[in-house]
Ligand binder design. Structure first.
Ligand SMILES: *Cc1c(COP(=O)(O)O)cnc(C)c1O
Length: 390
């Protein structure tokens, strides 16, 4: 597509000019798994759908373009995307990974990749001295999340990628929380971006998907082999659903951002709240870096209650906001990381990074901010009344 177009226009037009046969405004779902060859030694570009499939290809090209990469790969989940990327590494390789990592990625590294002799060190990736101290002769890559989930720690992508490049390491960024609408790590020097497209990219809590975008011809060719060989690819209907979600990404992200900021400010003033972790707040330690490398804030933030006894009644009394795992959808969801998303991370590590039993994560949807604030207000009040009557 015309790369002078702004991202809003490119998003809305995904797949709309790709089917010359019919002129269909949204690209059709091609279910075929096999494709006829015109003659021996010739191909339409499609042979077998694990390797390449038309609906998935339109999505993959759009993803590559949105993230300023050279190639895109759509996977059956975010974890499938991350696993595919991690198979770039071999026995004996070592990775440096963000502290306060997504729980599923931690579990994949510790329970599965470790069996293949791939090890990881968890460090504060915004501390270049800590990065340097954890680098070993067999270190092959740095894998970062910024902001992290749930503590919203910010890493300077440009600084880490240039450090990695200097030492011949690959840099991989999980860009799930900000999406290419707000942050494009490849433009800041990353080699690979991964996404749980289940979250904001799909946006409606109704499609499970992952994406990989890579920069560089050789790396992209290697990932194409892994993607095809492992086979955790996204099906045609899910690819269509994901493109449908992407068309409204810009509108949704703007609303997620403004809602989350409004609610963070409300909670900051609330007497039951001890701390609010939101990189859009001026006193957040990552505020400046976040503003420099991203054009906006995600709709997720977390907060700590002063008293852990609030958690149970609060989660029982919220009505508009659902108590559920996941994030990034149009509906507001609240999660209790210590028992849900981060249960696989040992309690000492969890407490050390701050994922303790007072912490709640809020994935703010696109409802009206005032309705969400009212729901939180009544639930906090009901929780307070219950605690005081004990
Ligand atoms: C959800 C999530 C994943 C895993 O994606 P799935 O689609 O659930 O497999 C990876 N990274 C981050 C940051 C996530 O939020």
């Amino acid at each position: 597509m015309d790369d002078k177009l702004r991202i809003e226009s490119r998003l809305a037009q995904i797949g709309s000019q790709e089917d010359p046969a019919t002129g269909a405004i949204n690209f059709p779902i091609y279910n075929a798994t096999a494709f006829r060859h015109p003659k021996l030694g010739q191909s339409t570009g499609f042979d077998y759908s694990r390797t390449k499939s038309p609906t998935r290809s339109v999505l993959e090209n759009a993803a590559a373009e949105l993230e300023s990469g050279d190639a895109g790969f759509a996977c059956s989940s975010g974890m499938a995307a991350i696993q595919t990327v991690l198979t770039l590494f071999a026995q004996g390789d070592h990775l440096i990974v963000s502290l306060d990592l997504y729980g599923g990625t931690y579990r994949l590294l510790e329970r599965i990749m470790s069996k293949f002799g791939i090890t990881a060190s968890y460090v504060d990736t915004n501390d270049l001295d800590a990065l340097e101290a954890s680098r070993r002769p067999n270190t092959k890559a740095v894998f970062i999340e910024t902001p992290t989930n749930p503590l919203m720690m910010i890493t300077d992508i440009e600084a880490v990628c240039s450090w990695a490049r200097h030492h011949g390491l690959l840099s991989i960024v999980d860009n799930t929380l900000l999406t290419p609408f707000f942050q494009r790590p490849i433009e800041l020097g990353a080699d690979i971006v991964v996404h749980s497209a289940t979250k904001y990219l799909g946006g409606h809590n109704d499609v499970l998907a992952g994406l990989i975008v890579s920069k560089g011809v050789e790396l992209s060719a290697e990932l194409a082999i892994l993607h095809n060989s492992i086979g955790a690819v996204l099906g045609p209907t899910d690819s269509y659903q994901l493109m449908r979600g992407l068309k409204t990404l810009a509108l949704r992200m703007e609303r997620h951002e403004s809602n989350a900021l409004a609610i963070a400010h409300y909670l900051l003033e609330h007497p039951a709240i001890a701390e609010v972790f939101h990189p859009g707040l001026p006193d957040h330690p990552g505020h400046e870096i976040q503003n420099r490398q991203s054009s906006g804030n995600t709709g997720i933030f977390s907060f700590k209650l002063k008293d852990a006894r609030y958690v149970e009644p609060l989660l029982r009394h919220i009505r508009l906001i659902a108590f559920a795992e996941s994030l990034g959808g149009v509906e507001s969801l609240m999660t209790y990381p210590a028992v849900q998303t981060h249960a696989d991370i040992p309690v000492e590590i969890r407490n050390a990074v701050g994922v303790d039993d007072c912490l709640l994560r809020f994935s703010v949807g696109i409802e009206h901010a005032e309705d969400l604030i009212a729901d939180l207000g009544q639930a906090l009040e009901a929780a307070r009344a219950e605690i005081e009557s004990l």
